[in-house]
Design a protein around this ligand. Structure first.
Ligand code: CP
Length: 361
């Protein structure tokens, strides 16, 4: 007989499987709101995925629809990636991206070879990324790469005969994180995919010129600029954009304003906070004065998104509030990555009504 009195209280009971914080109704509504857009999936077939610039509104919506389909399905009718092998190469630390990519791939029925340290490959002996890419082409069906250099993904794709998906390249881009951010925003407000409803105001606490998540998010937001009243970049520094970055966003119709403090917080519908920038082999944190807590003057229905490892900038007392969409954002990333992987490997016809894409690799 076990003496429960000597056990931690949570060891005395079965695990309480928590249903998702924001429920399954929202992805169901999103799935029903987005019209079928198979072309949006087909154009991603057999493509390398490196930049948010490769997407348009149609492919963004098609991916959100397929992600919502996956999220609401208790079990898939088939394993669309059966017999497919993922090479998951993360040459920089990751919690969310690697594990959610690997979870997505396994949920689709595929198998994985995971490399979490480049020093376990020939790179430690001076082998070039180009030659590693040539080798990887023989061993897997798709590669996901995270690397601290902006150029690595481009060096590899020139020598790969399988698709590569960028899971964060230096300070440049993180397109699949931004896809997951948009998926969370659309689940919160499915009407944003239509041409009606109130416009939203978004605040981004971050540095667009050196935060890859922010750079990719802004590019995706420019695809839905008609539904956004303004994006505020909140940062006390003066020089926050890389050359041409702000102009590119404004040309797309996205209204962007740089403010130095949190005074706009009370009018924001979406607050995106990101304090870490990975630079080379280490990371920098933003000004620690820019923090959110349950005492912050947030709008009643405002949602908070946070894509990275949490620091002091996001207080735990927000976790149990309605503002917490950062857990849903992280969970949804699995379904968004399932959708993207299915589309890139041309397997969407197996799970949705999408014509078969002939892979060219
Ligand atoms: N979003 C993101 O890049 O988080 P990880 O560093 O945990 O993968």
């Amino acid at each position: 007989m076990v003496d429960n009195t000597k056990l931690h209280p949570l060891l005395r009971e079965p695990v309480q499987y928590r249903t998702w914080l924001r429920g399954l109704d929202r992805p169901k509504v999103l799935f029903e709101t987005i019209p079928e857009q198979n072309e949006g999936l087909m154009k991603l077939g057999a493509r390398h995925i490196v930049s948010a610039r490769q997407f348009d509104r149609q492919s963004l919506l098609a991916l959100c629809r397929l992600a919502a389909f996956y999220e609401t399905m208790p079990g898939l009718p088939c394993n669309p990636l059966q017999n497919c092998i993922l090479i998951s190469a993360f040459f920089e630390p990751s919690t969310r991206t690697r594990i959610s990519f690997e979870s997505a791939w396994q949920r689709l029925g595929g198998t994985i070879m995971s490399i979490t340290d480049s020093s376990t490959t020939g790179i430690a002996k001076g082998e070039s990324l180009q030659d590693v890419a040539e080798m990887f082409s023989n061993y897997g069906d798709l590669m996901v790469l995270r690397d601290n250099q902006n150029s690595s993904v481009y060096k590899m794709l020139e020598h790969l005969r399988i698709p590569i998906v960028n899971a964060g390249n230096g300070t440049d881009e993180h397109p699949t994180q931004a896809l997951s951010d948009l998926y969370a925003i659309f689940k919160w407000r499915p009407d944003l995919v239509m041409e009606k409803g109130d416009l939203i105001e978004i605040g981004i606490i971050g540095t667009p010129k050196k935060m890859r998540t922010v750079r990719s998010l802004l590019l995706f937001l420019s695809m839905i600029s008609k539904r956004i009243k303004k994006v505020y970049l909140i940062n006390p520094e003066n020089d926050i954009f890389s050359p041409g970055q702000r102009e590119e966003l404004e040309e797309s119709g996205l209204g962007v304003e740089h403010v130095s403090d949190m005074k706009v917080l009370k009018q924001l519908d979406v607050v995106y906070i990101n304090s870490i920038t990975w630079i080379g082999d280490t990371y920098e944190r933003m000004d620690e004065e820019l923090r959110l807590s349950s005492n912050s003057p947030l709008k009643d229905n405002a949602i908070i998104l946070h894509p990275l490892a949490r620091g002091k900038e996001l207080a735990r007392d927000l976790d149990e509030t309605e503002h917490n969409w950062y857990f849903a954002q992280a969970r949804g990333a699995v379904y968004m990555r399932m959708a993207l992987l299915t589309a890139v490997l041309g397997r969407a016809h197996l799970v949705a009504n999408v014509p078969m894409i002939k892979a060219t690799h």
